[in-house]
Every structure is written in structure tokens, then in C-alpha cells.
Design a protein around this ligand. Sequence first.
Ligand SMILES: [Ca+2]
Ligand SMILES: [Ca+2]
Length: 320
Amino acid sequence: MDLKSVGVITLLLANNVAIAEEKKDLSPEPLLADKSLSLIEIPSQCYMKGQLEDEKQWLISQTSQDYYAQKFTNENYHEVCVDSFKISQYEVTLALYQQYSSENESTTLGEKGCYVVGDNGWENNLEADWRNPTFEQVHTHPVVCISYYEAENFIAWLNNKLNPTHRYRLPTEGEWELAARGEGKQRLSWRYWGNDAGAAKACEYGNISDLSLNDYKQQDQFFNCHDGAVQTADVHSFKPNNYQLYNMLGNVQEFTCSGFSDTPLLSESSCDKEETMEHITVKGASWYYPPIFNRAAFRGGLPRHLRFFGVGFRLAQDVE
Ligand SMILES: [Ca+2]
Ligand SMILES: [Ca+2]
């Protein structure tokens, strides 16, 4: 490199510093501008939660009576009533978690070990963590490989930092499913874009287990369209549902604050912080899960201390 080039680079660097300093004075703090903090208010109401009869028949046709009985009979169709609440439009970003980590290195640097799918199926990869979930991410992707406890620690840090009147928390299972279903006609579908797993429409509305993933790693079942993302995608990508919420049924599965039991009535309307139930409920489906799991009614239960490469979370708040 000649000196002339060095001079140009130095000048560019100097200009960038000047621009950065100028922006620093004019912009809100980066934390406050993060997409993860953009909330939508959902009004108090009652709705029908759970699996519909035609959904049941489709699930059995895709699997078997035994598999259905084992996985999907806990999605009871019933009325749930929720108070008004707010929920984030987007999943919590890697950028925001990085900021948390930079201020809490003593607690976040030891977060090793994450369940990923390796050559022999699911395995606890002791080298994997939220910085390296075994695939490439950029800072606008959702953070993954975070346990429920770590998500709660992050939220405690966020509340302490921002000191808002209404404090952030995870959504309850009942709140999450209402938010995912959207409103009006959309709410009556298994997925907010419709029921047909083969429809190209699926790839417009979420980062799902599509042909991109199938090209990368053969799947038994997948959505027959291309969404362009093998693993995680930008949290602000694809079309939202009609509550303007993005990737409720895609990108990553999401923690709720409701304990998991086969009888959802026990916990879906409240946060189970007392740990009366060992497992925590996760909702939605990730970039990895096949269409049978990609439905608003699907419920998963995970041990609270484990991490998975397809699981993240979004924020909620009370409305007073
Ligand atoms: Ca995808
Ligand atoms: Ca999601």
C-alpha cells in the first residue's frame, strides 16, 4: 500500500469518527432505538385458543394417530380471556443481548452449551453458545442459545437500565397465542397466512423450514417454497400478521413466562415465576421446525435451564 492510499484511508477514518460523534449527539441511545423494544398494544378480550377440528385431522394425516396422541393432544380448544397487554413487534435481537453481555460479562461469558442438530440428531454441543450457535448470524438476527433463566436475567437488566413505569416481562402463553393469531378472519386459521402448508404464501410471512433449509439439509417435511433463509433471519423481515407482529410463527421459537403442563389451563394466564412447573412453555416454530409444528396452537415445554439453537424470545408489558 502506498502512502497516498494510507492518507486516503486515514482521511476516511477521520471523517467516520467525526460523523459518529455527530450522530452520537443527535440520536437517542442505541439501546432505546433497538427494534426489540417496539411494542404493540393488544386490547383486553376473550378468544378461542387451541387446535381446531380440521387442524387435528390434518395433523393425523401428516403423522399417525400415535404421534398425534403423543405430541398434539394438549392443544385443547377453549376460551381464554386476557387483560390488555403490550408485546414486542420483533424478537429480541443479538445486538441488544450483546449490549447486555458487554455490561455483564461475569455472568454471560460462562453461558456455554446449546442443543443443536448435528450429524446424529439433537445434541448438547458444549462449544456452542449465543455467540456461536453453529451458524452465522448478524446483529439484527434474534438471539438464540439462551435459557429461560438467562432471558429473565436479561429482562431484569433491561428494566434496571431503562426504569420504565411499566416493566418488561415475557408474555404469558395465553397472551402469546392471541398475539400470534392476529384478529378478525386471520385469527381463525392455524397460521396467520392460512392453513395450506404447500402455499407459497407461507414464505412471505415468516422464516420457516422451507426449501432453502431443505437444500442445505434434507428434511422429511417442509414448506414447499423458498424464503431465502437457511437459519435465522433479520427480526424485521417477512410480512407481519395484522397486529403488525413479525415472525410470530417463524425465525425462532419463543419463551413464555407460563409453566408447561399438559393442561394449559393451569398456567396460560399467568407468569409461573414460582416454578410450580418444571418446564417452561415455548410457542411458535423456528426456522428448523416442519409445518406440523408451525401453528399458533402448538405448545412446547422445555427445561428452564437448557438452551436451544432455535429458541429465543420477545418482550411484553402490562397496560395499566
Ligand atoms: Ca427459512
Ligand atoms: Ca418467532
